[in-house]
Design a protein around this ligand. Structure first.
Ligand code: ZN
Ligand code: ZN
Length: 348
């Protein structure tokens, strides 16, 4: 059986190829991809910025699809024809291995055998993807395959937000109104009543933030950010800052924006060598907390549940649906900060 894939042969070199699908293992399933999100990680893969990746690789880790083949030892609640969304992060359990140190501690996202479909293993910029059945989640009937392609990024956002223990009276500052910043906003709007402030330089994304219900919208290229934050918080600064860009400037901004007791979530993927100075006296005297967030352990079901209960919908975030032959062109548009680019779904 053959598979049409977008192969990243090496950094900055995408080749559309037809390759053989290997026999699946008895605990695996074969999924026909319906939709796969294009994520910042894929752009890092294109640029060659992820140190532990071996090329050639087929990216694509935010996907939904239909099971078309099933191994003989797959758990029996999965069947051919089922619609599934897949958690791309694999740990000891998915490889049928004895638990490593982190898996024993129930922190499987730090698994010493960690691999990810679409990052270290071939993913869903392809007609078909092989997955361990242990990471497939059945899509609730009322959730579309399009919306289900957002399970993974939504679950990542939920994992980060869980750390912050946001209360209803908090003022939350979201830095960056790209797909992740706007998913964060959608979750907060659907599940809390807190005041949200979004900072984003691209016009179309600010407009979308407004449609999604952001209470205050800042254009960091024109507006004075800190005076606005102060005017929205009785001069105190914000309770929560969520950095969704991955730059030094915005990470500093997140910390500098906090009030006493404030919490910052560093969510954006920064370059590996990025560092900032920390005012450690302020950490102490103002009880500042800083959180990191990596992938999505334990939050995939919750993500599907939010979609199924229509607490939020990611559909307005989709700006483009493309085929694999447009990936390279689309990546350069995203990198040039073109207007009207938000979430891009690939339909292989
Ligand atoms: Zn992603
Ligand atoms: Zn492990």
């Amino acid at each position: 059986m053959l598979n049409n894939v977008a192969l990243f042969v090496e950094p900055k070199n995408i080749s559309l190829q037809t390759i053989d699908i290997p026999e699946i293992k008895e605990t695996d399933i074969l999924v026909k991809t319906a939709y796969c999100g294009l994520c910042g990680t894929d752009i890092h893969l294109f640029d060659g910025n992820i140190p532990f990746v071996n090329y050639p690789i087929v990216p694509g880790h935010e996907f939904s699809g239909e099971i078309i083949k099933i191994g003989s030892k797959v758990r029996n609640d999965l069947q051919i024809g089922d619609r599934v969304a897949v958690d791309p992060n694999l740990s000891c359990k998915d490889f049928q291995k004895k638990k490593c140190y982190y898996c024993m501690k129930d922190r499987k996202h730090f698994c010493l055998a960690w691999e990810a479909i679409g990052v270290t293993l071939n993913g869903a910029f392809a007609e078909y993807v092989i997955c361990p059945s242990t990471v497939a989640f059945k899509i609730p009937e009322n959730v579309s395959l399009r919306a289900a392609a957002f399970m993974e990024p939504l679950a990542c956002c939920l994992h980060g937000l869980n750390k912050l223990e946001i209360t209803q009276s908090d003022v939350v500052f979201i830095i960056g109104g790209g797909p992740i910043g706007l998913l964060m906003l959608s979750i907060l709007k659907g599940t809390t009543s807190c005041k949200t402030i979004v900072s984003e330089p691209i016009n179309s994304r600010r407009n979308l933030a407004k449609k999604l219900g952001a209470d205050v919208i800042i254009n960091p290229l024109n507006d004075e950010v800190f005076p606005i934050l102060k005017s929205e918080t009785f001069d105190a600064g914000v309770d929560i800052a969520i950095e969704c860009v991955g730059s030094i400037v915005t990470a500093k901004q997140a910390l500098d924006s906090l009030n006493k007791g404030g919490k910052a979530l560093v969510f954006g993927v920064a370059d590996p060598l990025s560092t900032i100075n920390l005012d450690i006296h302020r950490l102490y005297s103002n009880e500042i907390s800083i959180f990191g967030s990596f992938t999505n352990p334990k939050t995939n079901m919750k993500a599907l549940d939010l979609l199924s209960k229509e607490i939020l919908t990611p559909i307005p975030l989709i700006s483009h649906e493309i085929q694999t032959n447009k990936i390279e062109e689309t990546i350069s548009l995203v990198k040039s900060h073109a207007d009207n680019m938000n979430k891009i779904l690939i339909k292989p």
